[in-house]
Each structure stands twice: as structure tokens, then as C-alpha cells.
Design a protein around this ligand. Structure first.
Ligand SMILES: Nc1nc2c(c(=O)[nH]1)N[C@@H](CN(C=O)c1ccc(C(=O)N[C@@H](CCC(=O)O)C(=O)O)cc1)CN2
Length: 290
């Protein structure tokens, strides 16, 4: 029997933890504040940013949403980041990804004060993750995946885990989290140049798919009873729907699910966790900055 891991329910419980933490911070005189910067017109990014700001409002955080035109220059964007770095009402800063092509995302991330880098993308926080230093910020999506595994009662110690994808946002931090002390998985990171990806995946007790290719992971890539965490959120044209598209993951859900012991759906799996963990990180920043 396959267990479908309900990301909305787990995210709601993380957010309830956050609600209590917000009350504690406010009682000590700190109103946690998050600034979200969005450059350009990417429709999905607008949805995610809207959701982040609404979640802040619901939990009583202060938030600032800064929407900049697509032609904003690198220098203008960095000036906005520097203004937020200096703002004492703001504890967390993020620039929504992906920015327009002319923006050097890495340079923008490096401009964020690492103490306010609630995305966990700054090199200082990447190093802290590798060093297992809990004062760093863990990127929200892989942190969310770890919470989902815990909520589903999945034992990671000694498990063979395969992470498909080596991005700085998901694949690399996910691998570090799975192999960290306390998680203790044996981790393989596979990517587009890996030889015989299906054979690598067939070894796995846990598969984390984060490649951004719709329904790439098939049933014959899986061993019976594996746990599958699907990070992909791909929009597929579908004229039969009201929006003209539907969302699918990186995993061919209908054929894979019956072979799994547990799997995350898309939508309603990893996605909602990303926002819940962002709030958690913002509260950590507010506590650490005081
Ligand atoms: N600066 C960042 N940019 C991006 C991040 C990030 O963590 N930091 N992650 C993603 C986008 N993202 C948050 O920013 C995000 C993606 C998906 C969801 C979500 O709840 N998805 C829903 C479906 C929503 C829909 O209808 O489209 C789900 O999966 O159920 C939340 C946040 C890239 N950019």
C-alpha cells in the first residue's frame, strides 16, 4: 500500500510551530520581517511571491514585497538589496529565482547580508551547511524535503539515497542534508551526464527527483518499496483545464506510485513546504539578529 505524503498538511503543522514562535518573538519586542524582491514578469514567480507575502500576513510577520521591472539593472537590484541589508525591520531577504537573464544571480546573492539570507544561497551559508553549523540557513526546499521524510516516518540512517539534480537550490544541499550526522544516508548525486541513470536509481531506497524535466523518472527506474520525493513543478500545456496548463512533477506519478512505499504528489507535496521553511528561516534570522 503506497502512502501519499501530504505536503499541505505537513506545511500547515510547520506553520503552526511558526505561529507560536512569532508570538514569543513579539513578546520580546521583535516583529520578524521578510523582504521579497521580484524582478520581471514570470507568472509562476508572481504566484510564489504572492503566497509568501500572504503567509507572512497570516502569521503576523512584517513583510515587504518589492516588484521591479524586467529591465532593472544589476546595479539597481544590488542597491535595493543593500538598502534592505541596512533596514533593522527586515530580518530576511530573498530575491525570487529565476531573475531575468541579464542579471548575475550569484553576484546578487553575494550582496545579501548572510545573516539575512533566508534562502541559504550565500556562500557563507553553503559553507555552514557543509560544516553542519546550525547558525546557517538551510535552503527551504531541501529542508522541506527532510521534514517530509521525517513526517512520513522514513528512516534515512543507512539508506541508499539518490538525488537526481545538482543545483545549488536543491540537489547539492539535499545531498548534504541526507548525509549529515543524524540523517546518515549513503548518498549518490546523479545528473544529466550520469551514465545509466535508471540503474543508479534502481539501487535507491530514497529517490529525490530535482531535474526539472516533466515525468522523467519512470516505474522501471525504481526498486519496489522505494520512497520518492518529487521536487519538480512543471507546467504542461493542457487546453482542457481552466488555466490552460496543469502541473506535473519530475516523476511519472501514475506509474511510479504503485511501486513506492511513500511518494509526494505534485501539486501538494514539496511546494508548500518551501514557503513554510522560508518562514521558519525568517524566524531564525529574527532570533539571531535580535
Ligand atoms: N529565491 C527563491 N526562488 C525560488 C525558490 C526558492 O526557494 N527561493 N523556489 C522555487 C519557487 N518557490 C518558492 O520560491 C515555490 C515553488 C512552488 C511552491 C508551491 O507551493 N507549489 C504548489 C503549486 C503552486 C502552483 O499552482 O503553481 C505545489 O507544489 O503544490 C511554492 C514555492 C523557485 N524559485
Amino acid at each position: 500500500m503506497t502512502s501519499v505524503i501530504d505536503g499541505k498538511a505537513v506545511a500547515a503543522s510547520v506553520l503552526e510551530e511558526c505561529r507560536a514562535e512569532v508570538a514569543e518573538l513579539k513578546a520580546k519586542g521583535t516583529v520578524p520581517g521578510l523582504a521579497v524582491v521580484l524582478v520581471g514578469d514570470d507568472p509562476a514567480s508572481h504566484v510564489y511571491v504572492g503566497s509568501k507575502v500572504r503567509t507572512c500576513a497570516d502569521l503576523g510577520l512584517h513583510s515587504e514585497k518589492i516588484v521591479l521591472p524586467a529591465e532593472t539593472t544589476q546595479e539597481e537590484l544590488i542597491a535595493v538589496v543593500q538598502r534592505l541589508n541596512a533596514d533593522p525591520a527586515i530580518h530576511g531577504i530573498l530575491v525570487q529565482s529565476p531573475p531575468p537573464k541579464h542579471i548575475d544571480e550569484e553576484a546578487v546573492v553575494r550582496a545579501i547580508d548572510p545573516r539575512k539570507d533566508v534562502d541559504g544561497f550565500h556562500p557563507e551559508n553553503v559553507a555552514k551547511l557543509a560544516l553542519e553549523d546550525p547558525t546557517g540557513f538551510v535552503p527551504c526546499t531541501p529542508a522541506g524535503c527532510m521534514r517530509l521524510l521525517a513526517a512520513a516516518g522514513v528512516k534515512t540512517a543507512g539508506a541508499e539515497a539518490v538525488v537526481i539534480g545538482r543545483s545549488m537550490i536543491v540537489g547539492k544541499p539535499m545531498a548534504l542534508l541526507l548525509m549529515a550526522k543524524g540523517s546518515d544516508a549513503t548518498v549518490t548525486v546523479a545528473h544529466s551526464r550520469s551514465k545509466d541513470l535508471p540503474a543508479i536509481c534502481r539501487r535507491a531506497d530514497i529517490i529525490v527527483a530535482a531535474v526539472g524535466r516533466p515525468e522523467m523518472v519512470k516505474a522501471d527506474w525504481m526498486k519496489e518499496g522505494a520512497v520518492v520525493i518529487d521536487v519538480g513543478i512543471n507546467r504542461i500545456d493542457d487546453p482542457s483545464t481552466k488555466k490552460g496548463y496543469r502541473l506535473v512533477g519530475d516523476v511519472a506519478y501514475d506509474e511510479v506510485a504503485p511501486k513506492c512505499s511513500a511518494i509526494t504528489p505534485v501539486p501538494g507535496g514539496v511546494g508548500p513546504m518551501t514557503i513554510a521553511l522560508l518562514i521558519k528561516n525568517t524566524l531564525q534570522a529574527a532570533r539571531q539578529l535580535g
